[in-house]
Every structure is written in structure tokens, then in C-alpha cells.
Ligand binder design. Structure first.
Ligand SMILES: C[S@@+](CC[C@H](N)C(=O)[O-])C[C@H]1O[C@@H](n2cnc3c(N)ncnc32)[C@H](O)[C@@H]1O
Length: 270
């Protein structure tokens, strides 16, 4: 189980307030999220949102697919209490993503945003998420640097306090930056399995909140990875800054995966 202190930091009134107000509709999505959700969400019956905070993605998923069955999961009891009070008819659970490894439940889509970047053991967490995904896994990866990996930290209070508020620092959660080698290793972890129909990666340069996120880099790359379960031949799709995109493409091709220009084809819809 994750330490109580991360639960407490994520459950601070500042963070709960932030996530109850933000990301409540498709206009609040990152480019990578809207690109993939548009392709995937209309075609699934159910979704598990891991690290769901106050459950605002329920509305996002319902916009893409009004009959989708949504389940939210979060480490923080306070986030989940807020989620339950806002959406009393929707299942929400307090749990660590790592516990999914022991679960025999399955979801058409397992979705997670803003979680792996805070998990130094992100590859284990990724395996846990994949273990309950029957068709698709859609996640944002830890931030990527073409220079080097780092585990920095993020002050939750400073990150999520409104600009006008004088915030009180309570402590930091980890903030993970991976490099191209880490990206290759986590890609191989999927490609080495037999039941992968394809992978899609969309990555782009992002700015970060330097007041609250402690890292020694000027720039980093944010990304979304879609993993599709199924029979081969395996396909991949990528749009990413050159160092990252070429590494991803070379890794996929080394495993016999063929490039396609169509995300729909990776999904088996082409
Ligand atoms: C940055 S917020 C992202 C919230 C939401 N997914 C979004 O994108 O707007 C990270 C969320 O992940 C939750 N979280 C952190 N570690 C977790 C873990 N090990 N298992 C489940 N949830 C976790 C936190 O409580 C927090 O609500």
C-alpha cells in the first residue's frame, strides 16, 4: 500500500477543490487525451478511471458515449468522498492502483491521467493497470526528457492553490521524468507479450509549473500511450518530437510491428 502521507497530500482541501472544479468537460482535456478518447471512448461499454480524483471524467466519458459504464478509483479518501457526493449513482472506490494486480475484474478500457508521473515504480503500476484492461489501456506516461531521467517532486499545495491564495506547504509527492531508454523499456514490456494488437504514442513539448515542480530541466515532454489488446499483425502509430518518436518507432519495428498513419487501424477499426 502507498504511504499514508501521499494519501494525505492528495486529499488536501486545496487539491480536492482544484479537481472538483477542473477537467469537468471535453474543453478541459489535453490534446493527447482528446485525440485518443475521441477514437476509443465511443466504442467501449465500460471504463475504469484510475486516479480519478473527484470523478470529473465521468462527464467527459458520457460526452463521448452516453451509455458508458464508468467506475472511478483513487488513493485519496477525500477525493472519493467528494466524487461520491457529486455523482451518487456512480461506483467509486478508495484503492491504490497497485492493488489491481490481484483483481479478477476486467474493463474494456482502463484510463489513467496524471497518475504515473507521480509513481517512481511506474512500470509496475502500468502492469497493474494493463492486468485489468480487456481491450484498451490509455495512460499518460511520466514526463519524458531527451536528456535524462530524474525523480523530482511536486508540492501539491503550491501546484493546486489558486494564484491569489497564500498557500501553506505540506510536503511533496514524487514527480517522475523518464528518458528515451525508459520509454524503450516500457514499450518492450508491452511488445514482448503475444496479445498486443498495437500501440499508439502521441507526445509533445510541454511547459511545467516551475514554482511547484522541482526538476532540473528547462523543458519536458508530455505524452499519452494507447495499448490495444488483440491478435497481430501488430501495428503502431506515433507522433512525437524527434528523439522520442524515433526511439519509439525503432523499438516497435524491432518487434516486427508495422507503422500506420491511422489510429483507427491500430484499434482494429481500419
Ligand atoms: C494529478 S491528479 C489527476 C486527477 C485526474 N485523473 C485528472 O487527470 O484530472 C492525480 C490523482 O491520482 C491519485 N493517486 C495518486 N497515487 C495514486 C495511486 N497509487 N493509486 C490511485 N490513485 C492515486 C491522487 O489522489 C490524485 O487524485
Amino acid at each position: 500500500m502507498k504511504s499514508a502521507s501521499d494519501q494525505q497530500l492528495w486529499g488536501s482541501p486545496t487539491a480536492v477543490k482544484f479537481f472538483s472544479e477542473r477537467r469537468a468537460g471535453i474543453e478541459g482535456l489535453f490534446r493527447s487525451e482528446s485525440l485518443f478518447l475521441n477514437e476509443v471512448a465511443p466504442y467501449v461499454n465500460n471504463v475504469l478511471d484510475v486516479g480519478c480524483a473527484c470523478g470529473n471524467f465521468l462527464n467527459v466519458f458520457k460526452t463521448y458515449n452516453p451509455i458508458i459504464r464508468y467506475t472511478g478509483m483513487d488513493l485519496s479518501r477525500n477525493m472519493i468522498e467528494e466524487a461520491r457526493s457529486r455523482h451518487p449513482d456512480t461506483p467509486f472506490e478508495v484503492s491504490d492502483a497497485r492493488m489491481l494486480r490481484n483483481s479478477n475484474r476486467r474493463y474494456d478500457l482502463v484510463f489513467s491521467s496524471g497518475l504515473l508521473v507521480h509513481c517512481p515504480d511506474y512500470s509496475d503500476v502500468l502492469r497493474s493497470l494493463w492486468s485489468v484492461a480487456s481491450r484498451y489501456l490509455l495512460v499518460d506516461l511520466p514526463r519524458i526528457s531527451v536528456d535524462d531521467r530524474q525523480i523530482g517532486s511536486m508540492d501539491v499545495e503550491l501546484r493546486y492553490a489558486a494564484k491569489a491564495e497564500t498557500s501553506r506547504t505540506r510536503g511533496d509527492v514524487p514527480y517522475v521524468l523518464i528518458n528515451a531508454t525508459d520509454l524503450r523499456n516500457l514499450t518492450i514490456d508491452f511488445l514482448a507479450r503475444r496479445d498486443i494488437r498495437g500501440l499508439a504514442l502521441f507526445a509533445y513539448d510541454a511547459f511545467y509549473h516551475k514554482q511547484s515542480i522541482r526538476l532540473n530541466v528547462s523543458k519536458l515532454i508530455t505524452s499519452c500511450l494507447l495499448v490495444v489488446r488483440g491478435e497481430g499483425p501488430s501495428l503502431y502509430w506515433v507522433e512525437a518530437p524527434s528523439g522520442v518518436g524515433s526511439e519509439f518507432a525503432a523499438t516497435c519495428e524491432a518487434f516486427g510491428s508495422t507503422r500506420t498513419d491511422s489510429i483507427a487501424e491500430v484499434l482494429g477499426k481500419g
